[in-house]
Write a protein that binds this ligand. Structure first.
Ligand code: DAH
Length: 340
């Protein structure tokens, strides 16, 4: 009778396992047959009442059913796990061939591109990049650059003053004064940065950017300046670009020069862009005034230097024939994107 009961339990158990479709059902089956109060557990317990001579045979039967149900449960469990994983994979499959919505992409501002280009050329020529504050003491913006108290550039109307001694710097030349005060020669730096002046028209903006250059060492002359700027102009504009020095005046350089480029549009013959002269004015430069070296703590008997200051907006306008500086500040992405 026990034997039949065992067979019945086996058949029912295996059938239930076969039919189960979710893993929670398998858990219920495990509890029903193998749990503390399960049917197979009960069979095992009832073995103690079996007559000793039948015990080995019945014991084996009970053990067999336990093994059968356990391995059937395990096999079904595995099959279910595989099927469930497949279903998830199927559901979450990505079709990588599907086209996506096009993302709008920004672009670096033309002035940033040009500034980076210019800096990279100077870095390639052995310069390192220096930095200084935009809110500056008049000492660095003027005094130490040999711009005395009564100089016209110091008029209140020409600068944004914060107090009589503090202003928004009007030129990156103040970084030279700071670097010379802190560093001993040889010095070979470029300093990019924003400068501020109360001008506003097609070729002037109250905020614009300059890159200042300074070299101080023994035996530096105007010829070194010319060689460096020629190399820069050829790399930044074109191989055909010629550089011309015109005498000029800056308090911090002696002699001072205005540096012109041969006009790229007409190749120097004279056209509308260069107003018939064949030349376009690019920047101011010169040999560092010995008075400036001395004021900044550098022995002018031993050392000499050259300096230049170039407008980033101006260089950009020349390079790309941009007629109005305000186009660069309108922040119209369609305009900026053209320079990518
Ligand atoms: N700081 C001058 C300006 O803003 C440009 C300049 C001229 C810089 C001559 C220099 C220089 O270093 O030597 O117009």
């Amino acid at each position: 009778m026990l034997k039949e009961k065992i067979e019945l339990i086996t058949a029912q158990g295996l059938e239930a396992i076969e039919k189960a479709s979710v893993s929670s059902e398998l858990n219920d089956i495990r509890v029903k047959y193998l749990g503390k109060a399960g049917e197979i557990t009960a069979l095992l317990k009832s073995l103690k009442d079996v007559p000793p001579q039948e015990k080995p045979a019945i014991g084996k039967l009970v053990n067999d059913v336990r093994v059968k149900i356990e391995s059937a449960l395990q096999a079904k469990m595995q099959a279910m796990a595989i099927a469930e994983r497949k279903a998830i994979e199927e559901k979450e499959r990505l079709d990588v061939t599907l086209s996506t919505k096009e993302e709008e992409q920004g672009a670096l501002h033309p002035l940033t591109l040009v500034k980076n280009d210019m800096l990279n050329i100077f870095i390639g020529l052995g310069f390192s990049v220096a930095d200084g504050p935009e809110i500056e003491y008049t000492k660095y913006n003027f005094e130490n650059l040999n711009i005395p108290q009564d100089h016209p550039a110091r008029d209140f109307g020409d600068s944004f003053y914060i107090s009589p001694e503090i202003l928004l710097r009007t030129q990156t030349s103040c970084v030279q004064a700071r670097v010379m005060e802190e560093t001993k020669p040889p010095i070979r730096i470029v300093c990019p940065g924003k400068v501020y002046r109360p001008d506003d028209d097609a070729t002037h903006s109250p905020m614009f950017q300059q890159i200042e250059g300074l070299v101080v060492d023994e035996h530096i002359t105007l010829a070194d300046l010319k060689g460096t700027l020629e190399e820069f102009a050829k790399k930044f504009f074109s191989k055909e670009t010629k550089v011309r020095f015109r005498p000029s005046y800056f308090p911090f350089t002696e002699p001072s020069v205005e540096v012109d480029l041969s006009c790229a549009m007409c190749g120097g013959k004279g056209c509308r862009l260069c107003k018939g002269t064949g030349w376009i004015e690019l920047l101011g430069a010169g040999v560092v005034n010995p008075a400036v070296l001395d004021m900044c703590g550098i022995d002018s008997k031993k050392y000499s230097g050259y300096a230049f200051g170039v407008g980033v907006e101006r260089a950009t306008m020349i390079k790309y024939s941009i007629p109005d500086m305000r186009l660069l500040f309108d922040n119209d992405v369609r305009y900026s994107k053209q320079f990518k």
